[in-house]
Design a protein. Sequence first.
Length: 202
Amino acid sequence: MITDMRDSVSSWPVKILLILLVGSFVGFYGWSAIGNKSSLAQGEVANVNGESIKSVDFSFRFQNLVQSYQKQGRLPQDVPEGLYSILKQQLLASMIYQKLKSFEAKKAGLVASNDEVKDIIKKQFSDPEGKFDFKFYENYLRNQMGKTPGQYEELQRENLRANLFDQFILETGLASNLQLKDSYNQNNTKVSLSYLKVNEKN
C-alpha cells in the first residue's frame, strides 16, 4: 500500500524541497518579500492551493501561542515588537506548511477516518474524568473560535492528514538529490501561495 501511495505522488519530494527553500527565504527576508496579497479574499491571511487560512483562525492561534509561552516563562508579559513580529511569521509559516502537507496527503489518498477525528476532539474537550460535554464543545467553538462543529471537525481532519503525510515521509524515505532534480525537470511542480504581511503588532 505504501508503495502504491508513493507512486501516486512522484512529485512530493520536489514540493518538500521547495517548501524548505521558501521557508528559509521567508525566514530571512520576511513575509513582505514574496507573495501576492491582492489575490486574497476578505478575512484571509493566506491562501494555499485554494485552501483559505482565515484571519480569525490566525489570531486565535497566535493569542494561544503567546499565552502558552508566557505561562511557561518563555515570553515576558510585555512582548517586544520585534519578537512579536517573528512569532507571527513563524506561526503563519507553520500554518501554511500544514496546509501544504494536508494537500499532498489528500492527493496521495491518505485519509483521516471519522473515528479518528472524533477521538481527537474528545481528547481535546473532555474533562479530567474523561467526560465529553457536547454543549460546552459547541458553545466554545461558537464563542471563542467562531466555528461550527462541522467546520472544526474539518480542521482536525486536515491536521490529521498532515500528520499522516509526515508518517508517510518517514516510512518511505526521502529521494536522492538526483531523483529530486529529475522529478522537478519532469513535473516543474508549482505551489499556489498568497498571504498578507503579518509583522504589525495588533
